[in-house]
Design a protein around this ligand. Structure first.
Ligand SMILES: C[S@@+](CC[C@H](N)C(=O)[O-])C[C@H]1O[C@@H](n2cnc3c(N)ncnc32)[C@H](O)[C@@H]1O
Length: 205
């Protein structure tokens, strides 16, 4: 059994070392580019890495095509991609980030960890339809707006996974004015009390 854990997830030494290399690059780059809020940097491992790893743990299976929107410093998409490189090598992860400097950071982590993940340095609205099986996002937009992105980039039978704060119920109600969808609130233990929402059967009202 593996000796290495991220939160409660067992990973190989190689995966753990990749995540630690990523963490050290985050510390190095963050003073120049605001990849994560400075106030969260001291506890970056728990606030960003462990929280992102929980996303992987709530999935019953890895998707074939995973699209992470507004990836910023890599959360949750790049952490998921590093874990997928070990647990589901066939899972194709694409990170979408409009900011050129953040995209350069993401590409640096990908190069230095040796994983195969694409970065699209584009606006989500400008990206060709991705036909993804799973679309994820944290701290990007309201559920209503995110479902609009899913309409463009998610396959009809695909699912969305959003990390959301305490306003999530109000956001769900707001989104129901424009969308039909089924939502499952997955118990999680994220450091900031965020919930993980799994949303499927998304159709415009
Ligand atoms: C608040 S940050 C969150 C980053 C990361 N998901 C996290 O939770 O740490 C939102 C990110 O989305 C990017 N972004 C915002 N709107 C976007 C759009 N329309 N297309 C692509 N990226 C976008 C921003 O550049 C920023 O890096």
């Amino acid at each position: 059994m593996s000796q290495h854990k991220i939160g409660s997830l067992d990973v190989s030494r190689e995966t753990f070392e990749r995540l630690k290399r990523y963490e050290s690059l985050l510390y190095k780059w963050n003073p120049r580019i605001n990849l994560v809020a400075k106030s969260t940097l001291a506890d970056a491992w728990n606030r960003h890495f462990v929280d992102s790893a929980q996303v992987v743990q709530v999935l019953s299976a890895f998707p074939d095509r995973w699209l992470d929107l507004g990836t910023g410093g890599g959360f949750p998409g790049l952490v998921a991609a590093i874990i997928a490189a070990e647990l589901a090598p066939g899972c194709d992860v694409t990170l979408v980030e409009s900011d050129a400097r953040k995209s350069a950071f993401l590409r640096t982590v990908i190069r230095e960890t040796g994983i195969r993940t694409q970065v699209e340095n584009k606006r989500i609205e400008a990206l060709n339809p991705a036909e993804a099986d799973l679309v994820s996002a944290r701290a990007l937009a309201s559920i209503d707006q995110l479902l609009g992105f899913c309409e463009r980039h998610l396959r009809p039978e695909g699912r969305a996974l959003f990390l959301k704060g305490e306003r999530h119920q109000a956001e769900i109600e707001e989104a129901r004015k424009n969308w039909h969808f089924k939502v499952e609130e997955v118990p999680s233990q994220t450091s900031d009390g965020a919930v993980i929402l799994l949303i499927g059967e998304i159709r415009r009202v």
